[in-house]
Design a protein around this ligand. Sequence first.
Ligand code: HEC
Length: 292
Amino acid sequence: MCNSNAAVRRVSVGFPGLQAWLLAAVGLLTPLAILAQAHDPGVRHAATDGGAPVPLTGITSNEMPYFQDGARRFQIEEVVSGAAPTQGNGLGPRFNSNSCSSCHAFPYVGGSSPPVNPLFSIANAGGAVNHMPWFEARNGPVREARFVQSANGVPDGGVHNLFVITGRSDAGTCNLPQPSFFPAGDPVSGRGGNRNIIFRTPTPIFGAGLIEAIPDSAILANQAANAALKQQHGVRGHPNAIQGGNVNRSGNDGTITRFGWGGLQRRDGHLQPVVPAGARGERGLPGQLSNS
Ligand code: HEC
């Protein structure tokens, strides 16, 4: 019930609709303007402020079902097995939560961590025997844990799932142990504990699809434009790089990556891998792209 092959067999989910939903969701991010005289206009307001994310104006009738399907899948609650019609059989064996929208929840679905930490109602759901890691506070943000180094001292950087499905009534004989995150520090600030752990809180994903939709050619053209003027003012840079200034090309399709931890290579930096990788990482689901 909890080896990775079993998980791969059990679920075959893809999230094409999610990408369309992210692409279409109107949100906080707006296209960056290159301004000679930078002036921060502050938070921009829209008529749709104060409600759930809406599709972009002009979305076609072909695209709308993808938007709706993505929004629906984003909110599906995953269980290990025996899902009700509105649920999915895709939880675990290791997981951080049981739905995208549990963490990306505030102020609306697609946003960031809600005021009350949802993990307290998820860690032991279904009879799971997880202990709450010390860095999760009831009224604190959801924190994911990245390890600086693996146990053997090799640089790690990856997200380590907080929970296991062990003990859940739908998890059969799974007896995976929950990892240890000790020594403990302050649960609210996250300080003072295990120095090998770095924390990440949920990024709002409104409008992320708009950034994904910028063609690589536009990024490279912007980089190359006005070279003399830029040099004069000390403006320089390169597309998202891993280390040493190399352009970070996605291992999947060779395109420039845009998303992730400090602009690095988390989840390959693209929504297409991001979405299934989000499913693998957060809910323990294998993703279509990596398994098909
Ligand atoms: C346990 C909480 C949690 C759940 C559940 C979760 N996320 Fe996230 N999400 C995060 C955190 C934390 C980050 C920021 C990660 C970082 O910067 O390292 C993030 C970032 C993202 C990003 C921005 C890109 C990135 O890599 O920084 C996208 C897109 C995203 N999540 C999509 C999803 C999708 C789709 C799902 C469901 C399949 C999901 N998330 C479920 C916590 C969660």
